[in-house]
Design a protein around this ligand. Structure first.
Ligand code: N01
Length: 550
């Protein structure tokens, strides 16, 4: 039955495409579609552009990926040449400054409506258009809906008993306030969570707070960031021959400038391995240790164990109190949770004003008005920071919950599986595209670059539809199952699925377990191109109704 549920509402504006989100993905989609003459409007709930980098302004937030001229838009040599990155791993204010620079440089602001949340979207089958509602009560119509909602934007606060009873200052790292400076000085602060956000913020908070208590459920491996001023010679080289650098990034597994090694750990003696790990550790950053030491860290358990033990040794030597060091020792397969890097995290536990609560031995009983009660006693706090992560990859789009064919909402379609075709489209959701969606490389590939490549594919698809008088496109029945199999097969070549993590959805109670990342990297993007070259193989289309009628 055709879904015309919204036909009676008053449509205020019509667009060729509506983009949800004004972070890296949304800004690029707006730009590239607009360049082709499409009438596009982007919406974002925040009061500024930046997406993830707008919200994650917690202390210590910085790029934990090879940064500088490699964690940014790559499509324009002008942008590469015009923005100077002061540090190898830029901090959050610098990335946000960069995204504001891009918004001005590409003149995007006029087509971005800020402080406006998309509250619903319904596909009108008869009109082949999305009917979209905003938090401002406006109602707009667009042929295409591009969802660049962020893989890590739906914040998660765990349902700990008493979670809302705390009367002190309370923050989530992913929704850090932009309208006030959070002051730690003289305060007793608690941080729950030791993922990237908790680990980045811990040393910074500890420096200022009167006392810091870190509540740790799973110890993490973290490697030194090795941050330093940007290597100007490297920048000059990249600017002089940008296509060469871009090509390297397009061909490496995670879109990084580090050229992967082909050496397996078992090919080296224990002494050689130690020297190799040491050199990468001294250099700092994720690329050197994960990409340039051994090629089988994420595919071979023995290789993984060797690196894990090397990092555990580093923890033992960094932390003076052996009992605290013991509590900090991780045991999962290294890098199968999102690998973290830090600036003095383990050493922070040598400070007199910091203590670690190991929740495996001393679980939280409740959050009270004045702190956190664990099995062993009460921790009095003035401030509580939730570094407890996100309903990752799928949570933000499910919150919007678009209704596709027959008015069926996404949450219903995704009740058993987060199915997609190519990680860019969803069955029964015609003309809806995702950037960094499930079953795409999303969080395990250079995210700005991945957003660009998916944005390019979406643009070419839309131009193809326009050229051929096609009104709607969607995955053919069953192609999602074949795609899921492909995603699973690639994942099963790695150790990733063996660990419970937000990659598998196991951080959210009730979320079904599915390793929702395509690990193919460049091979994934080659598949996207192949599907397009074969005339959008695997999709079904309907002619544009007005064209058909004419
Ligand atoms: O979130 P997380 P995050 N009781 O989910 C713990 C990206 N990022 O915000 O591991 C107690 O990793 C949970 O414990 P456990 C990056 O991709 C990038 O830190 O589930 N603890 C874990 O320790 C990253 O991976 C940058 O046992 C509870 C923590 O909370 C992703 O964002 C910077 C709990 C959540 O860690 C998410 O990182 C920051 C409970 N009930 C983040 N529930 C860059 O620099 C959860 N936890 C680019």
């Amino acid at each position: 039955m055709a879904n015309t549920a919204t036909a009676t509402r008053h449509v205020t504006e019509q667009f060729d495409a509506v983009v949800i989100g004004a972070g890296f993905g949304g800004m690029y989609a707006l730009h590239t579609l607009r360049e082709q003459g499409l009438n596009v409007r982007a919406y974002d709930e925040a009061s500024g552009v930046g997406g993830t980098w707008y919200w994650n302004r917690y202390p210590g937030a910085r790029v934990d990926y090879p940064g500088g001229p490699f964690y940014c838009y790559t499509f324009s040599e002008d942008l590469i040449k015009e923005f100077d990155w002061p540090e190898k791993q830029p901090d959050q204010p610098t990335v946000l400054r960069y995204l504001n620079f891009v918004a001005d440089r590409l003149d995007l602001r006029g087509d971005i409506e800020l402080e406006t949340r998309i509250t619903g979207a319904v596909f009108d089958e008869a009109a082949q258009r999305w009917e979209i509602e905003t938090s401002k009560g406006t109602h707009v119509r667009a042929q295409f809906l591009v969802c660049a909602v962020g893989a890590l934007s739906a914040t998660h606060i765990p349902p700990i008993p008493g979670v809302d009873s705390f009367k002190g200052e309370r923050y989530h790292t992913g929704r850090w306030p932009n309208d006030k400076k959070v002051v730690f000085k003289g305060k007793r602060v608690g941080i729950i969570g030791t993922g990237s956000s908790g680990i980045q913020s811990t040393p910074v908070v500890a420096r200022d707070a009167a006392h810091l208590t870190v509540f740790q459920r799973t110890p993490q491996y973290t490697v030194p960031a090795g941050n330093c001023p940007t290597d100007q010679a490297l920048v000059a080289e990249a600017r002089a021959d940008w296509s060469k650098f871009r090509h390297i990034m397009l061909t490496t597994p995670i879109g990084a400038p580090d050229v992967p090694t082909t050496v397996r750990a078992c090919e080296h003696t224990p002494e050689q391995r130690r020297d190799t790990y040491e050199a990468a550790w001294r250099k700092g950053g994720l690329g050197p240790i994960l990409v340039t030491t051994y090629c089988d860290i994420l595919t071979d358990k023995q290789s993984n164990d060797w690196l894990a033990e090397f990092v555990r040794d580093k923890i033992r030597s960094a932390v003076q109190n052996p009992e605290i060091a013991r509590k900090l020792l991780p045991s999962y397969l290294i890098a199968t949770k999102r690998q973290v890097m830090d600036e003095g995290y383990y050493e922070t536990f040598n400070r007199d004003n910091v203590n670690l609560v190991d929740l495996r031995e001393d679980p939280i009983i409740e959050i009270t008005a004045d702190g956190v009660r664990t099995q062993s006693g009460h921790h009095w706090l003035d401030m509580l920071i939730f570094a407890t992560g996100f309903d990752a990859i799928t949570g933000a789009l499910q919150k919007i919950n678009p209704r596709g064919r027959s008015g069926v909402p996404l949450t219903e379609r995704w009740a058993a599986r987060f199915n997609s075709y190519l990680g860019v489209t969803i069955p029964n959701m015609p003309n809806l595209f995702m950037i960094h969606g499930p079953e795409s490389p999303c969080v395990l590939f250079n995210m700005p670059l991945g957003a660009e490549l998916q944005g390019d594919w979406i643009r070419e698809c839309i131009l193809h539809l326009r050229k051929h008088g096609i009104g709607s496109i969607e995955p053919a029945p069953g192609v999602d199952l074949a795609w899921a199999k492909e995603v699973e097969e690639v994942a099963n070549l790695s150790l990733f699925p063996r660990t419970e993590s937000w990659y598998t959805g196991s951080n959210i109670a009730g979320k079904h377990r599915q390793f929702a990342v395509h690990l193919g990297g460049p091979a994934y993007f080659a598949r996207l191109r192949e599907v397009a070259e074969r005339g959008y193989e695997g999709f079904i289309t309907e002619p544009e109704r007005s064209v058909a009628a004419a």
